[in-house]
Design a protein around this ligand. Structure first.
Ligand SMILES: Cc1ncc(COP(=O)(O)O)c(C=O)c1O
Length: 506
């Protein structure tokens, strides 16, 4: 290797290390060229895709996926980059040798993944199991846990609709009238008047021409993202998009790639380079991201989708019933036109207080989905009591602006009170997800457990849901909370951290 090559290799190493650091949110100075991205630095395959996207953008080249996947260290990635810069075509990976014979697995306990799972469960013995906390009541400002009332900050019941007398009554009446189940796919006999009424109500609330409702939020994303695009198409999605979006991209025949979180410039740069190679391009982002509570730059995505001729899908799970005067979501918040976003996806399980998912958009798209979307066509219609309760929730939101006003007040109070106590709320903005940064996973588990003992529940979010060292307690405020409850919760948090000797990062 010439001296020039050696110098360039070193430069490339530093570029790769910079990308590692940005993706993993760590200090580049602490990353050695021989650190393993996965084992030493805690990256995962999605992080690795993010690094690839950054490198392509920075260096203006296209990385061969298979070759890049083999590079676990900055030094290895730099060697590949140098080869590419010098016009070398990376050798095609040899076909993995087919094993003659493998040991059949016939019991779950012999599965490697099951053994890993057992290891995780064993770790709960030290910290206590943070999962499956059982409540014997709706999750409103308070809930009933092990026979006592606790202050609850764990629910997505943002507008207090689950457990509200009006929605319960609507569900009861619909159950009495139609039964508890639609009992068939709507296409083939399960259709009830309330289904169409609900879809019309969602369309009006979301400022679209039409909407279709499915039985689950997760499955709505999987089936739509998994089926809307085909082999000639491309799906571009924010790397922090929900698991259901990632699952959908894996199901789809389309090419797909993530872009760095909220980085619309990176998205635009990808489109600039390759828009003309695909028929449809679907951009998938969320309105509000549930781990940090940050609002996406939707107007930029609208501009980009118009400029490059793409379809824009916004998952409004955490922006509907939170943003806007009637909880209408991102277009109400940003003052967008009803047609600016092609597909507004939302869940019924969060602010609307029931269960299901919807896709709202132009009539031609929605009508096409009604006859073609596998998750709709081959699945039962939403149950009538849930449809009725959801309709009532939308009516209440539209008719009573005090619901969103209370939620917005609580969000403001939480942020102000957290600031007074020098707590770090990560990227939280004007949304109901308000994380408090703790640091280590163990500390976050412990703090959450001790807080619960004192009657305040805020679950911990730990790696891999958030980057290593960035574990947090996720407080979700809802319209039903009072400012006094919020102040009490934060005081108890600070006091408990002090008792445990945990220094909360500022
Ligand atoms: C952004 C986002 N999309 C989709 C879903 C799935 O919704 P559901 O829980 O209603 O199935 C969730 C659930 O947490 C979510 O946060």
């Amino acid at each position: 290797m010439t001296e020039k090559d050696t110098a360039r290799l070193k430069e490339l190493e530093q570029i790769v290390i910079g990308c590692f650091a940005q993706t993993l949110m760590t200090d580049a100075a602490e990353i050695s060229p021989d650190a393993d991205f996965f084992d030493d630095l805690g990256g995962d395959s999605l992080d690795s895709l993010d690094v690839a996207t950054q490198l392509e953008e920075k260096l203006g080249l296209s990385l061969p996926e298979e070759e890049f996947a083999k590079c676990r260290k900055a030094a290895e990635a730099a060697a590949l980059l140098l080869k590419l810069e010098q016009g070398g075509v990376p050798e095609q990976a040899a076909e993995p040798e087919k094993k003659e014979k493998v040991e059949p697995i016939t019991r779950v306990c012999d599965m490697e993944e099951y053994k890993v799972f057992l290891g995780r469960v064993a770790s709960f013995e030290e910290t206590g199991n943070p999962y499956f906390l059982c409540n014997d009541s709706p999750l409103r400002d308070t809930s009933l846990h092990e026979g006592r009332e606790i202050l609850n900050f764990s629910s997505y019941n943002y507008a207090g609709m689950s457990g509200r007398p009006e929605t319960i009554r609507a569900a009861q009446e619909a159950a009495a009238h139609y039964g508890c189940s639609a009992s068939a796919s709507r296409l083939l006999g399960g259709e009830k008047p309330i289904h169409k009424q609900l879809e019309a109500a969602i369309a009006a609330w979301k400022h679209t021409e039409d909407a279709v409702v499915l039985v689950g939020g997760h499955s709505t994303n999987v089936t739509f993202v998994g089926n809307f695009c085909g082999a000639k198409d491309l799906i571009l999605y924010d790397v922090l998009a929900h698991n259901s979006v990632h699952e959908g991209t894996r199901l789809s025949d389309a090419e797909s790639r993530p872009f760095p979180h909220n980085n619309y410039e990176a998205l635009e740069s990808i489109l600039r380079q390759c828009r003309d190679r695909y028929e449809k391009v679907l951009i998938v982002v969320e309105g509000v991201y549930s781990m940090d509570g940050d609002i996406a730059p939707i107007p930029e995505y609208v501009r980009i989708k118009k400029k490059y001729g793409c379809f824009l899908m916004v998952d409004e799970a955490h922006s509907s019933c939170v943003l806007g005067a009637t909880g209408g979501g991102v277009d109400e918040y940003f003052g967008l036109d009803g047609h600016d976003i092609d597909i507004k996806m939302g869940t019924l399980s969060k602010g609307l207080g029931t269960c299901g998912g919807y896709l709202a958009g132009d009539h031609d798209l929605v009508e096409y989905l009604r006859y073609n979307l596998p998750g709709f066509v081959f699945s039962v219609g939403i149950s009538p009591p849930l449809a009725a309760a959801t309709m009532e929730a939308i009516r209440l939101l539209q008719e009573d602006p005090s619901i969103m006003a209370s939620l917005h007040r609580n969000i403001r109070v939480f942020r102000e009170e957290a600031k007074k106590r020098h707590l770090n709320t990560c990227l939280a903005g004007e949304t109901a997800v308000l994380p408090i940064l703790v640091g280590g996973d163990e500390e976050a588990y412990l703090l959450s457990t001790k807080l619960l003992e004192k009657g305040v529940f805020a679950p911990s979010a730990v790696y891999p849901a958030v980057p290593r060292g960035k574990a947090r307690l996720r407080f979700c405020v809802i319209s039903e909370h009072t400012p006094e409850q919020i102040v009490f919760a934060l005081d108890t948090l600070v006091e408990t951290a002090k008792e445990l000797g945990i220094r909360l990062p500022e």
